[in-house]
Design a binder for this molecule. Sequence first.
Ligand SMILES: Cc1ncc(COP(=O)(O)O)c(C=O)c1O
Length: 289
Amino acid sequence: MDLQTRVVSAESIAKVLTPRTRAVVVVHLYGYVADMPAIAELCRQRGLILIEDAAQSIGAELDGQKSGSFGDMAIFSFHSHKNLTTLGEGGMLYVRDPRMAALIPALRHNGHCAYAFERPDYWKPAMGNVDMPILDGDFLQPNNYCLGEVECALGAKLLERIDTINDEKRARALRFIDALADVPELEFHRVATRRHNYHLLAARMVTGPEQRDRFLRRMHDDKGIKCVVQYIPLNRYDYYRRLGLDKADCPNADTFFDSMISFPFQHWLREEDLDYMLQSTREVLASLR
Ligand SMILES: Cc1ncc(COP(=O)(O)O)c(C=O)c1O
């Protein structure tokens, strides 16, 4: 990851590719679209599948093209915290290859798919087959992640407003960032275009992890503002360590995680809330100097 943009680049990906690499997953972290034309070109040259994690970047775009439409597949999240939500939970999958896309309805529905043969009685041997289609010799594990009609209806309607929602979030993020431009301790990623939807408002405490921790504690204890840290690098979770997946060498992700701050930034925050958070940030930082 790049310390300033907080996402991967074609150069950082190229450095870690091995002959065993089959796919590249790009996370548009915090809602900022990575340099997808360069990354897509790299994947094309190397014959790699390109997957976009657009969970946080719905509606964000690069040169007029929306995140999630650059690669072979993309996932979107409509969890209640996201810029577009479907009443709590929900998500969307984009699959470019029609052969693969044809598998998805069965995947999402416990593996149920049609039998390949003619049946004189449609109920024999059963309603549907659970023998998942095989693609290039691989089995797919079915799930049951169905989004209900009501959630779909809401999501489809909100999709019409996504640019407005994102523009509003970006305007508020920029107001916050610009108001703290003279504060040397905090480094934000300032993007004034639709390339960033500011799903989250993240900053780095350039004075280091200890100052970051002091700041979080004072903001919480004295001001009642609960900033959080998002996200612990996967290789540092005990769970992944136990699985032996702790060998990753990601110095920038480590540096960023250890000194990052995610300010509360829900769409429904009132302007007064934002002003209070700004004022509190200034006061707490001043008291820590
Ligand atoms: C970057 C990223 N990827 C994936 C997910 C998972 O999305 P969901 O909670 O809808 O399964 C999330 C959200 O929680 C996310 O922020």
